[in-house]
Design a protein around this ligand. Structure first.
Ligand code: RP5
Length: 162
Protein backbone atom coordinates (compact mmCIF):
# COMPACT_ATOMS: atom_id res chain seq x y z
CA UNK A 1 0.00 0.00 0.00
CA UNK A 2 1.11 3.57 -0.72
CA UNK A 3 2.68 4.96 2.49
CA UNK A 4 0.83 7.93 4.01
CA UNK A 5 3.21 8.50 6.92
CA UNK A 6 7.00 8.72 6.80
CA UNK A 7 8.74 7.71 10.01
CA UNK A 8 12.34 8.86 9.92
CA UNK A 9 15.06 9.01 12.55
CA UNK A 10 18.57 10.32 12.83
CA UNK A 11 20.21 7.00 13.65
CA UNK A 12 19.54 3.29 13.93
CA UNK A 13 20.08 3.84 17.67
CA UNK A 14 16.75 5.75 17.71
CA UNK A 15 14.76 2.68 16.62
CA UNK A 16 13.96 1.32 20.13
CA UNK A 17 12.10 4.61 20.69
CA UNK A 18 10.70 5.14 17.21
CA UNK A 19 9.36 1.61 16.88
CA UNK A 20 6.57 2.69 19.23
CA UNK A 21 5.34 5.16 16.59
CA UNK A 22 5.43 2.40 13.99
CA UNK A 23 3.55 0.02 16.31
CA UNK A 24 0.72 2.55 16.67
CA UNK A 25 0.52 3.04 12.90
CA UNK A 26 0.28 -0.72 12.46
CA UNK A 27 -2.39 -0.98 15.17
CA UNK A 28 -4.40 1.77 13.49
CA UNK A 29 -3.95 0.42 9.96
CA UNK A 30 -2.02 3.39 8.59
CA UNK A 31 0.39 2.62 5.73
CA UNK A 32 3.87 3.95 6.47
CA UNK A 33 7.51 3.80 5.48
CA UNK A 34 10.48 4.03 7.80
CA UNK A 35 14.16 4.83 7.31
CA UNK A 36 17.23 6.45 8.80
CA UNK A 37 17.81 10.01 7.58
CA UNK A 38 20.45 12.00 9.45
CA UNK A 39 20.53 15.80 9.46
CA UNK A 40 24.26 15.79 10.06
CA UNK A 41 25.53 12.57 8.46
CA UNK A 42 23.29 12.55 5.35
CA UNK A 43 22.14 16.15 4.79
CA UNK A 44 21.61 15.68 1.03
CA UNK A 45 19.31 12.71 1.70
CA UNK A 46 17.38 14.80 4.23
CA UNK A 47 16.69 17.49 1.60
CA UNK A 48 15.78 14.93 -1.06
CA UNK A 49 13.45 13.06 1.33
CA UNK A 50 11.66 16.16 2.57
CA UNK A 51 11.32 17.80 -0.86
CA UNK A 52 9.88 14.66 -2.50
CA UNK A 53 7.64 13.55 0.40
CA UNK A 54 4.39 15.24 -0.65
CA UNK A 55 4.74 14.20 -4.32
CA UNK A 56 5.27 10.60 -3.18
CA UNK A 57 1.90 10.69 -1.40
CA UNK A 58 3.02 11.14 2.21
CA UNK A 59 0.58 13.18 4.32
CA UNK A 60 2.58 13.44 7.56
CA UNK A 61 6.22 12.99 8.57
CA UNK A 62 7.25 11.77 12.02
CA UNK A 63 10.89 12.64 12.70
CA UNK A 64 12.74 11.41 15.77
CA UNK A 65 16.21 12.48 16.83
CA UNK A 66 18.35 12.85 19.91
CA UNK A 67 20.98 15.26 21.18
CA UNK A 68 21.47 18.11 18.71
CA UNK A 69 18.17 17.05 17.19
CA UNK A 70 18.00 19.10 13.99
CA UNK A 71 16.22 16.53 11.82
CA UNK A 72 12.56 17.49 12.49
CA UNK A 73 13.15 21.21 12.04
CA UNK A 74 15.21 20.87 8.90
CA UNK A 75 12.65 18.49 7.38
CA UNK A 76 9.90 20.99 8.25
CA UNK A 77 11.88 23.69 6.45
CA UNK A 78 11.75 21.70 3.20
CA UNK A 79 8.10 20.56 3.08
CA UNK A 80 4.62 21.95 3.72
CA UNK A 81 3.52 18.60 5.17
CA UNK A 82 2.91 18.52 8.93
CA UNK A 83 6.02 17.33 10.78
CA UNK A 84 5.78 15.68 14.20
CA UNK A 85 9.01 15.73 16.21
CA UNK A 86 9.95 13.06 18.73
CA UNK A 87 12.79 13.93 21.15
CA UNK A 88 14.76 10.74 21.71
CA UNK A 89 16.09 10.28 25.25
CA UNK A 90 19.84 10.98 25.09
CA UNK A 91 22.33 9.42 27.50
CA UNK A 92 24.13 12.64 28.42
CA UNK A 93 21.14 14.90 29.13
CA UNK A 94 18.17 12.50 29.37
CA UNK A 95 16.52 13.97 26.28
CA UNK A 96 16.28 17.58 27.50
CA UNK A 97 18.76 18.51 24.76
CA UNK A 98 16.61 16.70 22.17
CA UNK A 99 13.40 18.30 23.45
CA UNK A 100 14.75 21.85 23.41
CA UNK A 101 16.40 21.36 20.00
CA UNK A 102 13.09 20.26 18.51
CA UNK A 103 10.54 22.43 20.28
CA UNK A 104 12.16 25.87 19.97
CA UNK A 105 11.41 26.45 16.30
CA UNK A 106 11.34 30.01 14.97
CA UNK A 107 7.87 31.36 14.16
CA UNK A 108 6.88 30.37 10.61
CA UNK A 109 8.26 26.82 10.49
CA UNK A 110 6.31 24.67 12.97
CA UNK A 111 7.21 21.25 14.29
CA UNK A 112 4.53 19.53 16.40
CA UNK A 113 6.72 18.41 19.27
CA UNK A 114 5.78 15.39 21.38
CA UNK A 115 7.07 14.15 24.74
CA UNK A 116 10.57 12.71 25.26
CA UNK A 117 10.93 9.01 24.50
CA UNK A 118 8.40 6.18 24.26
CA UNK A 119 5.28 8.21 25.14
CA UNK A 120 6.21 10.82 22.55
CA UNK A 121 6.78 8.23 19.85
CA UNK A 122 3.51 6.47 20.70
CA UNK A 123 1.60 9.75 20.59
CA UNK A 124 3.29 10.78 17.36
CA UNK A 125 1.93 7.58 15.80
CA UNK A 126 -1.56 8.32 17.12
CA UNK A 127 -1.45 11.96 16.04
CA UNK A 128 -0.26 11.06 12.57
CA UNK A 129 -3.19 8.64 12.34
CA UNK A 130 -5.54 11.42 13.47
CA UNK A 131 -4.29 13.61 10.63
CA UNK A 132 -4.68 10.79 8.09
CA UNK A 133 -8.15 10.03 9.55
CA UNK A 134 -9.43 13.43 8.44
CA UNK A 135 -9.72 11.89 4.96
CA UNK A 136 -9.77 8.18 5.74
CA UNK A 137 -12.86 6.60 7.33
CA UNK A 138 -11.17 3.25 8.05
CA UNK A 139 -8.41 4.90 10.06
CA UNK A 140 -11.03 7.04 11.85
CA UNK A 141 -12.91 3.87 12.90
CA UNK A 142 -9.67 2.23 14.06
CA UNK A 143 -8.86 5.30 16.16
CA UNK A 144 -12.28 5.31 17.80
CA UNK A 145 -11.95 1.56 18.54
CA UNK A 146 -8.50 2.12 20.05
CA UNK A 147 -9.81 4.90 22.31
CA UNK A 148 -12.81 2.82 23.41
CA UNK A 149 -10.61 -0.17 24.27
CA UNK A 150 -8.21 2.06 26.21
CA UNK A 151 -11.07 3.51 28.24
CA UNK A 152 -12.65 0.11 28.83
CA UNK A 153 -9.31 -1.31 29.96
CA UNK A 154 -9.04 1.34 32.71
CA UNK A 155 -12.66 1.03 33.82
CA UNK A 156 -12.51 -2.78 33.89
CA UNK A 157 -9.40 -2.77 36.10
CA UNK A 158 -10.10 -0.23 38.87
CA UNK A 159 -7.99 -1.91 41.60
CA UNK A 160 -4.38 -0.63 41.20
CA UNK A 161 -2.99 -3.65 43.10
CA UNK A 162 -3.86 -5.90 40.18
C1 RP5 B 1 21.25 11.90 16.48
O1 RP5 B 1 22.34 11.59 17.26
C2 RP5 B 1 20.43 10.66 16.39
O2 RP5 B 1 19.10 10.99 16.26
C3 RP5 B 1 20.72 9.94 17.69
O3 RP5 B 1 19.67 10.10 18.64
C4 RP5 B 1 21.97 10.60 18.20
C5 RP5 B 1 23.11 9.63 18.41
O4 RP5 B 1 23.32 8.91 17.21
P1 RP5 B 1 24.31 7.68 17.20
O5 RP5 B 1 25.66 8.21 17.55
O6 RP5 B 1 23.81 6.67 18.20
O7 RP5 B 1 24.24 7.14 15.79
O8 RP5 B 1 21.64 12.29 15.19
Amino acid sequence: MQPKVGVIMGSRSDWPTMEHAVQMLETLGVPYETRVVSAHRTPDLLFEYAKSAADRGLQVIIAGAGGAAHLPGMVASQTALPVLGVPVESKALSGMDSLLSIVQMPGGIPVGTLAIGKAGATNAGIMAAQIVALQDAAVRSALLRFRDEQTRNVLDNPDPRG
